[in-house]
Design a protein around this ligand. Structure first.
Ligand code: SF4
Length: 76
């Protein structure tokens, strides 16, 4: 596992990353739809049963499975 991406990191802000998808404000993040999380995003790379894993967007940092960002893509 790698250090966790923080909401305040520049690369996180660039894609509106939230550590908890349940707390996304749909008025401020219109791309968000309920049910979307890193865990069901095509860019997410799970790390076993851990609560965080890799994301194709962020080199060297992990994201939370329950997180979300506006680059979310439906897993094929
Ligand atoms: Fe999470 Fe997907 Fe955004 Fe990566 S691209 S932070 S896995 S929603």
């Amino acid at each position: 596992s790698q250090p966790l991406l923080q909401e305040g990191d520049d690369e996180a802000k660039a894609v509106d990353y939230h550590a908890d998808a349940a707390k996304v404000d749909r008025a401020k993040s219109p791309k968000y739809a309920p049910g979307q999380t890193c865990a069901n995003c095509s860019l997410y790379a799970p790390d076993g049963d851990k609560p965080s894993g890799g994301c194709g967007l962020f080199y060297g940092k992990d994201v939370l499975a329950k997180g979300w960002c506006n680059a979310w893509e439906k897993k094929a």
